[in-house]
Design a protein around this ligand. Structure first.
Ligand code: SF4
Length: 671
């Protein structure tokens, strides 16, 4: 008997665990077992029934020609991307042999896991993988490519206090969007800003580009990349100097107030304006507007962390609501990451790492100029380092070393896959179970697989669990199945949260979904105060916290290159859909000074490498700034290089963060 088509069409609930703050709840439409549509639903109220175009197009991702369907073993030269299909048994046995040899001959630290959480939730990162690499005694990776400086600042000042919910932006009299492009990432804030604007809320945007949001703002400040720190300190100094600091609030709720005031003191409006490339009157207008408005909220993004001053820049922005006394009202305070809204347990019970630490932003130099012991086995997962990490040329040289054995475990055939010795196909969030807490919206969601794995793809927890067993590293009580991992993570949660996830698949924090800072949630520092100059950050920062490091531009490389997120990718996820060539954007004045017209073939270069592409003139950039988007794959450019070929592997002041926006370049027209 033929089953009617309508019987084979059904809608199932899921969630989006990709590296985006909003953590949408999803309705997935299946026809005959295939995903034909993804839409947002209302289960997570932040989603409000809509999702971004990136994930709406996920059916294409699932079945795209780049999707990895089988394990593969290298047959050609490293980098050539030539492989033969292999069975899982053969691939895993090869990996087991290489891990065993490396560990026995050079010690566990000759093994390096290289991962980031870009497309995964809590079940597919730091579960069986953590158990495997800890038990092997592998080198410890510092996951610093994103959010490390902001994390240090948020932890140091407020102990990661939960932030203002998107919906409460409608209660604000002033919204400041600083270093964030909500139209590209965290899109669910946008409707709330629109509604707030409709009822008269003022908007200030701080961004070196005139983004769509900046065009709508009452005031747009476009500082030079890397100068958010002097800008914020100048605002703080103005507040102190003009009697607009909330002394009563600071006395009761803040520590190191005088020290912070001293750190802001050198930054007069005139001096900060000269450093930032702004008018002193604009900085003063901003400071006065901020002081006058109540409630006032700051959406602090991640754009201002990606430079040499990154941690102090974020901290100085987060200090402003304390100095100006903006807490205690709905619509007042700040939002950064709400990732610590839920207390959760560890998925696996492993001792803290005691092995050497390797900063992922400097993996290129570690592979290219090996320390002792050198890395013999590199295990890449949840990550496309060749497209996403700094100093791309050096990383490429390191990956090409014949003596390096590289495993890449991914969903799609990325740039990095071309350098693998063994390739393993990974499932996506629609093919495995997942648990994920949002870091923008206040929701913790669990989801089950909605389709069978594509090809022979397997989930991370299954593959790493299998490697633990094959290597004889099992321990009593090991259970890497999703139900057991979920139970252990939820064991750390409040009983109501645990019960809601188990019953409904979604839970909200015990304080609700729209906390008022300093009313419903408070700093989670040791004494419950805001620490304006946290001890730990003071110790880690060379020259003291808030010390400013000047612009690295030189006469030979005068242009600042930035690589912000776009509406089409999440880091490099979905990068395969870019339709090239991806242009390098230049301000018309900078282009004219170099004889470059729109569409000309150009070479952007510095001492680290070069990028060949076409030019696009963009008057929305500030002069002196060039732009090449984040997330482009090397395969998609004329010379196989992206902006990261021009990015140094230097680190931020605190937190070891990547300094993507410290790339300084020159651009020339090619014939
Ligand atoms: S990427 Fe962000 S906006 Fe898009 S579906 Fe996922 S959580 Fe929602």
């Amino acid at each position: 008997m033929t089953v009617p088509n309508q019987v084979q069409r059904r809608v199932v609930a899921s969630q989006c665990p990709l590296d985006c703050p909003d953590s949408c709840s999803l309705d997935v439409t299946l026809e005959h077992g295939r995903v034909v549509a993804l839409e947002g639903n209302e289960r997570n109220p932040t989603t409000a029934g809509f999702i971004c175009d990136k994930v709406r197009a996920f059916p294409r991702y699932l079945e795209h020609e780049t999707r990895l369907r089988h394990p593969m073993i290298r047959t050609g030269a490293k980098g050539a991307g030539e492989f033969r299909q292999a069975s899982w048994d053969e691939a895993l046995e090869r990996i087991v042999a290489e891990l065993t040899t490396a560990r026995e001959s050079a010690g566990g630290e000759s093994i390096l896991p290289l991962s980031y959480g870009g497309s995964n939730g809590s079940l597919t990162q730091d579960t069986a993988d953590l158990a495997l690499f800890r038990r092997l005694g592998a080198s410890h990776l510092l996951r610093t490519v994103c959010a490390a400086p902001t994390g240090h600042a948020a932890q140091g000042l407020y102990g990661r206090m939960p932030g203002v919910a998107y919906a409460d932006y409608e209660a604000a009299e002033l919204i400041v969007v600083w270093g964030a492009n909500s139209q590209a990432s965290g899109i669910h804030l946008v409707p709330h800003i629109k509604r707030a604007r409709a009822r008269g809320t003022k908007l200030v945007v701080v961004d070196p580009r005139r983004t769509k949001l900046a065009r709508q703002a009452d005031l747009h400040l476009a500082p030079r990349p890397g100068t958010d720190l002097p800008l914020a300190l100048a605002v703080a100094r103005w507040l102190f100097e003009n009697g607009r600091a909330d002394v009563a609030f600071l006395t009761e709720h803040a520590a190191e107030v005088e020290l912070f005031r001293e750190r802001a003191e050198p930054w007069s409006l005139v001096r900060a304006a000269a450093e930032c490339g702004l008018a002193p009157t604009d900085i003063e207008a901003f400071a006065r507007t901020y002081a006058d408005a109540s409630p006032a909220v700051v959406r602090c993004g991640w754009g201002l962390e990606r430079n040499r001053n990154g941690c102090a820049a974020v901290a100085s922005v987060l200090a402003l609501p304390a100095v100006a006394g903006k807490f205690g009202l709905r619509g007042g305070g700040y939002t950064l990451s709400n990732g610590a809204a839920f207390e959760l347990g560890a998925a696996v019970d492993e001792q803290p790492s005691t092995t050497r630490m390797i900063n992922m932003n400097q993996v290129g130099r570690i592979l290219d100029d090996p320390p002792s012991p050198p890395i013999r086995v590199l295990f890449v997962y949840n990550n496309n380092p060749l497209a996403t990490l700094p100093d791309q040329e050096r990383l490429r040289r390191g990956l090409a070393r014949e003596e390096l054995f590289t495993v890449v475990f991914d969903q799609v055939h990325t740039d990095t896959v071309d350098y693998a010795d063994v390739v393993l196909p990974a499932t996506t969030f629609l093919e495995h179970a997942e648990l994920r807490a949002g870091y923008g919206s206040y929701a913790l969601q669990a989801s089950e697989p909605v389709i069978a794995p594509v090809g022979e793809a397997r989930p991370n927890y299954a593959v790493f669990g299998e490697l633990v067993r094959k290597l004889g590293l099992e321990r009593p009580g090991d259970d890497f199945e999703p139900a057991a991992l979920t139970a252990r993570i939820l064991a750390g949660a409040a009983p109501d949260v645990r019960a809601a996830v188990e019953r409904d698949g979604i839970a909200f924090p015990t304080f609700g979904t729209s906390p008022v800072q300093f009313v419903d949630v408070r700093p989670r520092t040791r004494d419950g105060k805001v620490h304006l100059v946290p001890d730990r950050l003071e110790r880690e920062a060379a020259g003291g916290f808030y010390a400013y490091r000047s612009d690295p531009a030189t006469d030979a490389h005068p242009l600042a290159l930035i690589s912000p997120a776009t509406k089409t990718t999440i880091s490099s996820t979905f990068g395969q859909f870019f339709e090239g060539p991806m242009p390098l954007a230049l301000h018309p004045d900078d282009a004219a000074a170099r004889g470059i017209a729109d569409g000309d073939r150009v070479r952007a270069y510095n001492e680290l490498g070069e990028l060949v592409t076409i030019a696009k003139l963009d008057a929305d950039l500030r002069p002196g700034v060039a732009l090449f988007p984040k997330g482009v794959w090397c395969k998609q450019t004329e010379n196989g290089r992206t902006s990261n070929a021009l990015v140094p592997d230097s680190l931020s002041d605190v937190g070891g963060g990547a300094c993507f926006n410290d790339a300084r370049i020159e651009v020339e027209k090619l014939r």
